[in-house]
Design a protein around this ligand. Structure first.
Ligand SMILES: [Fe+2]
Length: 364
């Protein structure tokens, strides 16, 4: 669950997050974020009436402690807990004195599609392509929108590639899918169509070709023909998600950056294996490899398997939250360009003759 989706207000000055709440600490004192477990553990009633000593060990609490409701009244925060309706009261002055996360700022993956959209009513002009590349640099993804219908976008593919490469930034990369990949269920030109992209099934978030030592840096997806139903695209900024995870759960983030995962792709006429962590964020820059359908069975020491799954799942749930995704549908003539070392991409299942063209690039 994400913090954004579940952040709700139960009374002025109190917000409920997925595992923590935010409370206004009073005039000029800012806000304090407190984990539910910490609050429940610190309950004012779990004290001996004579000595004031704590009577509760956190191990006695359920794993998923969370509030039924929380409210500010005067100078105290009141929380009613699930599942037993237990009530706790915390003086704001006490919370202020023990605030361990004051005025914390959340950096969540952005979802505003207008911020990545480049409107191109004139078609594939040099100006439109320059804006597309500038947006790609700033956001890791850019979406060329054609407000007027385009009858045969497939006739524009070469001009689009020439125009992008002419800017001196990008060079087309051929892969085992060929130079131009026609993603459609009736594809007959590619000998490696035994993968989800060539079906009408949904494909959840992934990076392309993580099983290569050096996956292609960019991918262009050009909309040629719409589906009758479904076929929505979505893209997530994995760099933002990784940095958010580092801020809320550093041990999970460190496991994901240190633990090699085996990516294994075996197709009719192709096989590759690479062992590499899914996240890297250091002085060499950010780099994500992520694909739930090409990871080999995890081979980790027994003592790491539980924390590993916890870390993987936490990252996956973060990026799979629609509130953290750019979501849109490619109309014929639209084109999506994204950084395959930074962004994750996906599509929903569909019905009908959807046709999307894919082309990879590396820096020229
Ligand atoms: Fe893909």
């Amino acid at each position: 669950m994400s913090s954004k989706e579940n952040l709700s207000v139960t009374s002025p000055g109190v917000h409920l997050g997925p595992t923590w709440l935010r409370v206004a600490l009073g005039d000029g004192r800012g806000t304090g974020d407190f984990h539910y477990r910490w609050l429940r553990h610190q309950c004012d009633r779990a004290r001996h009436p004579l000595t004031g000593e704590r009577t509760l060990c956190s191990s006695e609490l359920p794993d998923d402690v969370r509030p039924r409701r929380a409210s500010l009244d005067g100078d105290a925060l009141t929380v009613v807990w699930e599942p037993d309706g237990h009530e706790s009261r915390y003086a704001l002055a006490w919370l202020d004195a023990h605030a361990y996360a004051r005025d914390r700022v959340e950096h969540l993956p952005p979802a505003d599609v207008t911020a990545i959209s480049v409107n191109a009513p004139e078609g594939i002009t040099p100006g439109a392509l320059d804006r597309l590349l500038a947006t790609l640099d700033a956001r890791g993804v850019a979406l060329l929108r054609r407000p007027l219908p385009v009858a045969h976008p497939e006739d524009e593919t070469e001009a689009l590639l020439d125009g992008l490469c002419a800017r001196g930034r990008l060079a087309v990369v051929g892969t085992h899918f060929g130079r131009i990949e026609d993603l459609r269920t009736d594809n007959t030109t590619n000998q490696n169509t035994d993968q989800l992209g060539y079906t009408d099934a949904g494909v959840e978030l992934h990076t392309d070709q993580p099983f290569l030592e050096q996956p292609p840096r960019y991918q262009l997806l050009q909309g040629i023909r719409s589906a009758d139903e479904g076929g929505e695209n979505f893209v997530v900024d994995a760099r933002a998600a990784s940095r958010h995870l580092r801020e809320i759960d550093r041990p999970a983030w460190e496991l994901l950056t240190r633990t090699p995962v085996r990516f294994h792709r075996k197709q009719k006429a192709f096989e590759r294996i690479v062992d590499a962590p899914i996240l890297r964020d250091d002085d060499r820059g950010f780099f994500v490899r992520y694909s739930y359908f090409t990871t080999a069975p995890f081979a980790l020491p027994f003592d790491l398997m539980e924390p590993w799954y916890r870390a993987w799942d936490r990252f996956a749930r973060l990026v799979r939250d629609p509130a953290h995704q750019y979501r849109f549908t490619l109309s014929p003539g639209d084109a999506l360009l994204y950084d395959n070392h930074r962004m994750l991409h996906a599509r929903t299942g569909f019905r009908g003759p959807r046709w999307v063209r894919g082309v990879y690039f590396n820096p020229a």
